[in-house]
Design a protein around this ligand. Structure first.
Ligand code: ATP
Length: 359
């Protein structure tokens, strides 16, 4: 294991920011730490880097306990959300800075600066000052500076969030390429689920200081272990239902009954469940179907370019968003909404927040 975070807890005053978090990252892996603002991601990064001394828990790098070591005695590279290149130094000098601190002699330093600037496609900007670079180029410069000392672990803390969407996507692809080429073990911190899904070998989804789900991105997306993961990782509708039969699983949604033969559930008959289903796994029918659809009224239709997001209201008053590729129905129309049997995930208990996914 290249990085091992063991039972990490950290508090700011009375507030617990990170609560008994454990995970490991294998050599060469890219793991994304994903969660909403304030869930404790940056605190974990700071604890790994040595800028925060945790209240409890250990950090190990290459099997060695580094919890009590200062940041400069850990082989960790970091790129932060905000630009941190030294403004009075050229790009080349910025990249050389960490190498000098490691005691690397000038000729080798020079070579490494060239190598890493070329890796991030910034070789022609070696003599430029940060103020002369675009936002994307500054990020590249920071990546080169973090990578040149060949750290055990690269920590990327929301490195793209200050950039516009198209630059973001380009740089995300670049990060994926650079990570593949260098094989550097990487922890990528983000609140953006599409960045995390696109980049990560493995995901750690965080909520309120704890890990709410972990696993391969596709597996977590398709079989979310908790309602939080279901709604945070992509868009998900949550509707309340009652289990009325188990063989096959049959749910009552208000007046309607739907049968979901491929859905797994071990909750007893009579239990209230929250039924999570993604907008792309719902289909609109002109009328109510046999066993997997409920009648609803179209509330509004949003044209988002590649598709329509159709918001419908169930008789219970709950809203569902349905993705539609073809011509959408009009507002006010009565429709049948069909649930994809294999894609409906049930959780015991009432849903927590009464909200449909963003359209
Ligand atoms: P963001 O994406 O907004 O940076 P995050 O997931 O990285 O959020 P943290 O920055 O680790 O979360 O913060 C976790 C919690 O700890 C938050 O409630 C935050 O307000 C609090 N916190 C963070 N840093 C401090 C600090 N220096 N002093 C007091 N409270 C802090």
């Amino acid at each position: 294991m290249m990085l091992d975070v063991d039972s990490l807890t950290h508090r700011y005053g009375a507030e617990t920011a990170v609560d008994d978090v454990s995970f490991g990252i294998e050599r060469g892996e890219l793991v994304a730490l994903l969660g909403p603002s304030g869930c404790g991601k940056t605190t974990i990064v700071q604890a790994i880097a040595g800028h925060v001394s945790p209240a409890a828990g250990r950090i190990r790098l290459r099997g060695e306990d580094v919890t009590d070591r200062p940041p400069e005695a850990r082989q960790v590279g970091i790129v932060f959300q905000q630009p941190t290149l030294y403004p009075h130094m050229t790009v080349g000098e910025n990249v050389a800075y960490g190498l000098r601190a490691q005691g690397i002699e000038p000729p080798r330093r020079n070579e490494l600066v060239g190598e890493y600037l070329s890796l991030v496609s910034l070789e022609t900007q070696r003599e430029a000052y940060p103020v002369e670079l675009s936002g994307g180029q500054r990020r590249r410069g920071e990546l080169a500076r973090a990578l040149a000392p060949q750290p055990d672990v690269l920590l990327l803390d929301e490195p793209l969030s200050a950039l516009d969407r198209s630059l973001r996507t380009r740089l995300r692809d670049e990060i994926a390429r650079i990570q593949r080429e260098t094989g550097v073990t990487t922890l990528y911190v983000t609140h953006d689920q599409s960045d995390a899904m696109a980049l990560a070998d493995r995901l750690l989804v965080m909520n309120e200081g704890q890990i709410a789900g972990r696993g391969r991105p596709r597996t977590l997306y398709e079989s979310p272990p908790t309602p939080f993961v279901a709604s945070f990782l992509g868009r998900s509708n949550a509707v309340s239902a009652t289990v009325v039969d188990r063989e096959p699983p049959t749910l009552a949604l208000g007046e309607a009954t739907i049968t979901l033969p491929e859905t797994e559930t071990d909750v007893p008959v009579g239990t209230t469940v929250t039924c999570h289903i993604r907008p792309e796994h719902l289909t609109l029918r002109s009328s109510e179907g046999e066993d997997r659809s409920v009648t609803a009224t179209v509330d509004r239709v949003a044209d988002v370019g590649s598709r329509y997001d159709v918001t419908v209201t169930l008789p219970s008053g709950e809203e569902l968003v349905v993705e539609r590729r073809g011509e959408p129905p009009a507002a006010g129309e009565r429709v049948g909404v069909e649930f994809s049997a294999a894609r409906t995930v049930l959780f015991a208990g009432q849903k927590r927040a009464d909200r449909a996914p963003r359209t």
